[in-house]
Design a protein around this ligand. Structure first.
Ligand code: SAM
Length: 289
């Protein structure tokens, strides 16, 4: 399918505008990350096997970046869902603002719906394609989530899950404050039932949930860059750590003082040349015909 990339800059402009006007919003880091990781997301979109006029579902869509990119670049119907209502609302606002400018979408080409992956309010055999990006790392019961995806996919439909595996993340020279804060963040996610090694487990889980034709790839990004104070990459990692501060302290993973000291050191760890690499596992699979 030919992908129409004309509206990507306008989508980015609308996200940026929303960010600038809502600097105190919840999960600000996620929206910043959405903008920062646009190239990788759009590279993946080019490879998605969605039939023309097909029905696609994005689960754990966050602020809707994947769903909005798909709806404005392909002749398909997209459902953008997340279990947090405020995120679904922001995604809807962004899509409306973009469409007001480009007047591209036909009625019913994008829907926004609050949905928990464990209890999807969709009929069996509804979708040609289901995607979920960076959601499974948060789930306590990924097997149940895959069985819901299986149920709502049409026979022959395709699922695509993209997620982290920490083994594909490394850097040199090492940065001790980042390492300490990352370890605390990872512990918090584990205590919530999440898993930062989920990437390697996705193919096995897909097979155990009756999917066939499992295909995997690892998307790696790397760079050798000078990080200066205030750089966006440094800032959004910092925002993400700060957003987790209360929970890390409440769960006694670190004391508040210890956390704040590491954040201060993290601020000083900039002004260096560093090689960084990180990768995500992309797993495709098909529901049997
Ligand atoms: C890291 S964000 C990823 C957002 C987006 N997919 C992206 O690639 O930028 C994970 C999202 O999953 C959502 N989420 C977590 N648990 C969920 C569940 N059980 N059902 C649906 N969404 C969930 C969160 O609200 C959050 O928006």
């Amino acid at each position: 399918m030919i992908i129409n990339v004309d509206y990507y800059p306008i989508i980015d402009e609308e996200y940026r505008r929303y960010l600038n006007m809502n600097s105190d919003m919840k999960d600000y880091w996620l929206l910043e990350q959405t903008l920062y990781t646009g190239m990788g997301r759009r590279d993946l979109i080019k490879t998605l096997p969605i039939p023309i006029m097909g029905k696609a579902l994005d689960l754990g869509s966050g602020y809707g970046a994947m769903a909005i990119d798909m709806a404005f670049s392909m002749p398909i119907q997209v459902y953008s869902t997340d279990f947090e209502e405020d995120k679904v609302e922001v995604a809807k606002v962004i899509a409306e603002q973009v469409d007001r400018r480009v007047n591209y979408l036909k009625p019913g080409e994008i829907f926004f719906k609050k949905a928990n992956i464990y209890e999807l309010d969709f009929e069996d055999n509804t979708f040609d394609f289901v995607i979920s990006r960076f959601l499974f790392q948060h789930l306590k019961d990924p097997a149940k989530a895959f069985s819901e995806i299986y149920r709502v996919l049409k026979p022959g439909g395709i699922v695509c899950t993209i997620d982290v595996d920490e083994s594909f993340a490394f850097s040199y020279p090492e940065t001790p404050a980042y390492e300490a804060l990352y370890a605390a963040f990872k512990k918090m996610q584990e205590m919530n039932g999440g898993d930062r090694q989920i990437g390697r487990k996705l193919p096995t889980m897909l097979r155990e949930n009756n999917f066939v034709d499992i295909y995997t790839q690892v998307d790696m990004q790397s760079g050798y860059e000078y990080t200066a104070t205030g750089d966006i990459a440094h800032r959004f990692i910092r925002e993400r750590f700060l957003a987790a501060r209360n929970e890390i302290v409440e769960k006694s993973i670190m004391s508040a003082d210890e956390f704040d000291q590491w954040i201060e050191k993290f601020n000083e760890e900039v002004e260096l040349w560093q090689f960084t690499a990180s990768g995500q596992v992309v797993a495709f699979a098909r529901k049997m015909n």
